[in-house]
Design a protein around this ligand. Structure first.
Ligand SMILES: NC(=O)C1=CN([C@@H]2O[C@H](COP(=O)(O)OP(=O)(O)OC[C@H]3O[C@@H](n4cnc5c(N)ncnc54)[C@H](O)[C@@H]3O)[C@@H](O)[C@H]2O)C=CC1
Ligand SMILES: O=C([O-])CC(=O)C(=O)O
Length: 372
């Protein structure tokens, strides 16, 4: 029998036909069940999210946002783990009562504790807010010694008890250096899973451009925060655009005021945290909580095509930044992973600013180790 006839024989075989039909029907049935489950919202396992320092200013603003689906979307149930100190525990009990009273449909469980091991158990996402905020007149690194020791202590609990693929976002200041300490004292957590929050600065930069041009903030995109979440950060608009009726236009061209962009715009974004502390006598809890939601949301769900965001991530040497620092870069996210946007042109002024903020991170790292 030649090959052609053999192939015809196989195709003609009724057993084979039936098998193919059964597989096809099974596949179709599975697709329909998944679709129906999606409609009925019944198939998703809850995701466990840890918030440390959960009774504090940011924690109090953040946990209802998470419970409402602002981080993982309206169809994803969540379980909240909330960690506090002994001194903060009474207030945390109140936060739990309020979460119950808010009757959030997505909230499938709440654990409150002062035990870091219990807090970290099986968490899929950890938002590390615990720490002392700076007061008026202080720089963020002034809270270094108290805060880095918290991150050293909590690193091993996360490493040993969180889910193996847990994503970590460090919010507490000095955010980049706390994240670096956490990474160094939790060596088995992949470095790609440890990040820090510079999305607040990114959103502040979008807000300033939107105010200046009197356009909606959602029409502005691709600003960049380079470096440290500190007053040396570099808010860069050289690649930023605004959506107009004539397509995407470059922010520099539209603003048409390089002096403002290279001076007042940069210092306003760099100093915005301080300005809010001066006004509120408390740190920027509402916008920080919202930015933390944006950070995790985009990391998990992905960034829209053609758009990047700023995240403090482990430097691989991109743009000449010393590998191993946690440095804010422009990143895109896809399938739960971030990648640094490559190939952007860096002019001379930008180069200086990228290096200055990297230098501060190198010095902060040395200072952090001297505090431990
Ligand atoms: N990366 C960013 O964009 C921003 C960072 N921050 C920083 O976030 C941190 C938190 O700020 P706020 O919520 O305003 O401060 P907060 O003082 O209101 O809250 C911090 C909470 O952490 C708790 N805490 C302290 N040590 C702890 C520990 N070892 N374990 C568990 N809980 C602990 C405290 O009891 C307190 O309830 C500060 O370091 C602040 O500077 C604030 C705004 C923006
Ligand atoms: O400035 C602070 O200390 C709080 C903070 O990090 C911010 O608002 O960016």
């Amino acid at each position: 029998m030649n090959m052609e006839m053999l192939a015809l024989e196989i195709l003609d075989n009724t057993v084979l036909k039936k098998t193919v039909l059964v597989f096809f029907c099974g596949f179709l049935f599975w697709k329909i069940v998944r679709y129906m489950c999606g409609l009925l919202k019944v198939d998703k396992e809850p995701v466990t999210i840890l918030v440390t320092g959960a009774a504090g200013q940011i924690g109090y603003a953040l946990v209802p946002m998470i419970a409402r689906g602002m981080v993982l979307g309206p169809n994803q149930p969540v379980i909240l783990h909330m960690l506090e100190t002994e001194a903060g525990f009474e207030a945390l009990k109140g936060v739990k009562m309020e979460l119950i009273d808010a009757a959030f449909p997505l909230l499938k469980g709440v654990v409150i504790t002062t035990d870091v091991v219990e807090a970290c158990k099986d968490v899929n996402i950890a938002v590390m807010v615990a720490g002392i905020p700076r007061k008026e007149g202080m720089e963020r690194k002034d809270v270094m010694s108290r805060n880095v020791s918290i991150y050293k202590a909590q690193a091993s609990a996360l490493e040993e008890h969180a889910a193996a693929d847990c994503k970590v976002l460090v919010v507490a200041n000095p955010a980049n250096t706390n994240a670096l300490i956490l990474k160094e004292f939790a060596p088995s957590i992949p470095e790609k899973n440890i990040t820090c929050l510079t999305r607040l600065d990114h959103n502040r930069a979008l807000g300033q451009i939107s105010e200046k041009l009197n356009v909606h903030v959602s029409d502005v995109k691709n600003v960049i925060i380079w470096g440290n979440h500190s007053s040396t950060q570099y808010p860069d608009v050289n690649h930023a655009t605004v959506a107009t009726s004539n397509g995407q236009k470059n922010v520099r061209e539209l603003v048409s005021d390089d002096y403002w962009l290279n001076n007042e715009f940069i210092t306003t974004v760099q100093q915005r945290g301080g300005a809010i502390i001066k006004a509120r006598k408390l740190s920027s809890a509402l916008s920080a909580a919202s930015a933390a939601c944006d950070h995790i949301h985009d990391w998990v769900v992905g960034t829209p095509k053609g758009t990047w965001v700023s995240m403090g991530v482990y430097s691989d040497g991109s743009y000449g930044i010393q590998p191993g620092l946690i440095y804010s870069f422009p990143v895109t996210c896809d399938k739960g992973e971030w990648s640094i946007v490559q190939g952007l042109k860096i002019d001379e002024l930008s180069r200086e600013k990228l290096d200055k903020t990297a230098q501060e991170l190198i010095e902060e790292k040395a200072l952090a180790y001297s505090c431990l």
